[in-house]
Design a protein around this ligand. Structure first.
Ligand code: FES
Ligand SMILES: [Fe+2]
Length: 357
């Protein structure tokens, strides 16, 4: 059996990957105002705040003095002030003021600073690097088409009781749509045989569906009111992005980028950025599409929670897979490989699969 077809390893413990040397979305820009905001990333409590210039920073949510959460404090100018004794920290985590202490605080004092996490703000999202006090070698993913003329962009935040891997697989998994979302997206009785070309690189895996007729559900009718052939891509970008892209003809384009953030091992926060340019005006499509998307999401959230419960109840995953589960398997492989720091990379590859939906 070729290496790339190996199933997800069956272990006696949970299959969870924790990659700290990576960027994750922790909040929408609009969620961070003038007050400190608490977020958890990979089980680590963080506090976000904006300085007087609007620059966002992320620190460990634990005061260096007596460990009170800094989310209980307030922003004073460019600093975050602890609510207990008023120690003030700058955006880099250095302590700049200790009320009542006469000594000079202009220099950084060892042991009195708070771990700091590199932060970037772009495309209406706040990204944090998962390793404290490190200068990242990479920059966060720049979202395509956001802000481009003719596109409407909607952002939504939801949470699921599921591991990062299970959440990513669900977002890109085509075979479940005809069952779990019957009638909403696919599965109105007509099945189609479609081909998909799956390509994998060292940090991505993508399925391109060829000659796919427009699916028959309500959501699909809105995406492509005129019918016709749809170009459809599902792609995973290491380590946290699931992206679904539909194109119809030259004018209609629909792109959902789900930036998935591991809050805890079995809790994932999804920052979905939905950008579309359709034959119908955005203001008309949005109120129709939003409730359908939320219903699809509730169905996914429920099945993911049931899956997580079963995995935990039985003490770990025991999955079996076929070739049409190829994306989920490859997502797992890429995440696991990165976590283990494998020097040897698989060759890039390309494979064709056929499925009925
Ligand atoms: S606990 Fe924060 S200043 Fe004392
Ligand atoms: Fe789904």
């Amino acid at each position: 059996m070729p290496d790339t077809l190996l199933p997800i390893p069956t272990t006696d413990h949970f299959s969870v990957v924790r990659l700290t040397r990576a960027w994750y979305v922790v909040a929408l820009s609009s969620e961070l105002g003038s007050k400190p905001l608490g977020r958890t990333l990979l089980g680590v409590p963080l506090v976000l705040f904006r300085d007087s210039e609007g620059q966002a920073s992320a620190l460990l949510d634990r005061c260096a003095h007596r460990n009170v959460p800094l989310t209980e404090g307030r922003v004073v100018g460019d600093r975050l002030e602890c609510g207990y004794h008023g120690w003030q920290f700058d955006g880099g985590g250095a302590c700049r003021k200790i009320p009542g202490l006469c000594a000079d605080r202009s220099g950084e004092q060892p042991g009195q600073s708070v771990p700091c996490y590199a932060t970037r703000e772009q495309d209406g999202l706040i990204w944090v690097y998962g390793e404290a006090d490190e200068r990242p070698a990479t920059e966060p993913y720049a979202l395509p088409v956001v802000g481009e003329e003719g596109y409407t962009t909607v952002r939504r935040v939801v949470e699921v009781e599921a591991s990062l891997h299970a959440t990513l697989e669900n977002a890109l998994d085509v075979p479940h749509t005809a069952f779990l979302h019957r009638g909403l997206f696919r599965g109105s009785g007509v099945t189609n045989t479609i081909r998909a070309v799956v390509t994998r690189t060292r940090d991505s895996v993508q399925a391109e569906y060829l000659d796919e007729p427009r699916p028959t559900g309500v959501a699909a009718r809105l995406l492509a009111p005129g019918g016709g052939t749809v170009t459809h891509f599902d792609r995973f970008l290491m380590p946290s992005i699931a992206q679904v892209e539909y194109r119809l003809g030259h004018s209609s384009h629909f792109l959902v980028t789900s930036c998935c953030t591991p809050v805890h091992d079995f809790r994932t926060r999804i920052h979905a950025v939905i950008s579309f340019k359709l034959g119908l005006p955005g203001w008309l499509v949005r109120p129709i599409l939003t409730p359908i998307a939320m219903q699809i999401f509730r169905q996914d959230a429920r099945v993911l929670r049931l899956q997580s419960d079963a995995v935990r109840r039985f003490g770990g995953e025991r999955f079996s897979s076929t070739e049409i589960d190829v994306l989920g398997q490859q997502i797992w492989r890429l995440l696991r490989r990165e976590e283990k720091g494998h020097e040897v990379q698989d060759e890039d590859w390309r494979r064709e699969i056929v499925l009925e939906v």
